[in-house]
Design a protein around this ligand. Structure first.
Ligand code: SAH
Ligand code: SF4
Length: 424
């Protein structure tokens, strides 16, 4: 979401005559787009601000802006501890950046705008996208789920869905600009709903746009996945066979305390249903360890679910208390060494599961979209399968954006290695 928001902000600034510089020393204004989802993300921003401060000594007219979720959730700390920050804007205030830059150049002191809106979709603005394969298209903003660990509903505000018409228009425009893959984005993509239709209908409409070779979406909430969505995914070839299905925890008691609205049993049942509709569907997940009150036995339930499901990949996190959220007030917080130990054990298990899943692909012929040159060699391409797994293979006569058949020969860690197969 932040990659997209940064493209959007660049688009807004370029539209009003500002130009990007590749050399930070030459910049007249520096904006940091920030994340608050975990403490570590916030620390990164504070460190970055400290490192950038010296640039202001050299160029006193330099403007510093902090944008996004940290602006929303930490404005007071920023104003107090980082007085050299001139502009603080929350996620619903980006439209005003050009105007605020002008305003700031006339006054002293920081300008803060962190009003949240029920209506801001940034419709009719065109993001400045780097050339490439994939265009991120947000379909909804905000979140109303209020998982007890999560700061998103507080920093990004109420859930609101864009119209199908404006999403289809932006997707078509991206295709005209040369993008062939569309990723529909939202904190909760599948709770998308407008008077014109729900998420399945939107997905179908986007997949029907000529020139869209692949459609992905992220992140859905398990509670909002229904059979209708799975039918659409099964019937449309260009909708990728991949679902990011955030588990968060394996114990039903912890899931309840997290307000995730599903139990372990329901999650496992959902995986079964997904696999009946889409037998080859790749599954990835998000997991939090050390949520307040999580016992060793309950953590073991997480390991058990991870082993049972066999996720292709996972993002794994230590619980990080977020101010203002319900879980941060729970009195049974878990100590750091316990969280660390659980995280390491989970990562070790998931590594094994990813390797097992990838070893299953060895010998198979897979459709791979050529995305970029491999980092290791200019003679090799890197591309993704529709299950979102990176494959590296030797170049022949294919080009970026081609979907080609690759026979998988080997796997190391999370990457597959293969060679191009030409079928006439
Ligand atoms: N909307 C998505 C997730 C958005 S946040 C969903 O519901 O799945 C991305 C991930 O960050 C979450 O899935 C969760 O695993 C993790 N996360 C969120 N808040 C966290 C916290 N306080 N501590 C640790 N991890 C957290
Ligand atoms: Fe956060 Fe996702 Fe839960 Fe919304 S659904 S509160 S974004 S974890």
């Amino acid at each position: 979401m932040n990659v997209y928001d940064t493209e959007l902000i660049s688009g807004i600034l370029e539209e009003s005559g500002f130009k990007k510089t590749s050399n930070i020393e030459n910049a007249d204004a520096i904006f940091l787009n920030t994340c608050s989802v975990r403490e570590k993300a916030e620390e990164t921003v504070f460190n970055r601000l400290n490192n950038l401060k010296s640039l202001k000594r050299k160029n006193p007219g330099l403007l510093f802006g902090v944008l996004g979720c940290m602006a929303q959730s930490m404005k007071n700390e920023l104003l107090e501890s980082k007085p050299f920050v001139d502009i603080i804007l929350g996620p619903d205030s980006y439209r005003r950046i050009p105007e605020i830059i002008k305003e700031r150049s006339k006054t002293n002191g920081s300008i803060v705008d962190t009003k949240l809106s029920k209506f801001e979709f940034y419709d009719n603005l065109f993001p400045s996208r780097k050339e490439g394969v994939n265009a991120w298209i947000p379909i909804m903003r905000g979140c109303d789920k209020f998982c007890t660990f999560c700061i998103v509903p507080f920093t990004r505000g109420r859930e609101r869905s864009r119209t199908i018409e404006s999403i289809v228009k932006e997707s078509k425009k991206s295709v005209e600009q040369g993008f062939v893959e569309i990723t529909l984005l939202g904190q909760n993509v599948n709770s998308y709903r407008t008077s014109e239709g729900n998420f399945s209908e939107l997905l179908l409409d986007v997949s029907n746009i000529p020139g869209v070779l692949r459609v992905r979406y992220t992140s859905p909430h398990p509670a909002d996945i229904n059979e209708n969505l799975l039918q659409v995914m099964r019937d449309k070839q260009n909708i990728c066979n991949h679902i990011h299905l955030p588990l968060q925890a394996g114990s039903s008691r912890i899931l309840k305390r997290m307000n995730r609205t599903y139990t372990k049993k329901e999650f496992l049942k959902l995986v079964e249903i997904i696999r009946t509709y889409l037998p080859n569907c790749a599954l990835s997940t998000d997991i939090i360890v050390g949520f307040p009150g999580e016992t060793e036995e309950e953590f073991k339930e997480t390991l058990e679910v991870v082993e049972k499901v066999g996720f292709d990949s996972a993002f794994m996190f230590k619980y990080s208390p977020r101010r203002g959220t319900k879980a941060s007030e729970y009195t049974d917080q878990i100590e750091e060494p316990v969280k660390q130990n659980r995280l390491e054990r989970l990562i070790e298990l998931q590594k094994k599961m990813s390797l097992l899943a990838n070893q299953n692909h060895v010998g198979k012929i897979m459709d791979v979209m050529v995305e970029k040159e491999s980092k290791k060699s200019e003679h090799q391409w890197a591309g993704r399968t529709d299950g979102n797994i990176w494959v590296v293979f030797d170049k022949t006569d294919e080009n970026v954006k081609d979907i080609v058949k690759v026979k998988i020969d080997d796997t190391q860690g999370v990457t597959l290695f293969g060679h191009r197969i030409k079928l006439d």
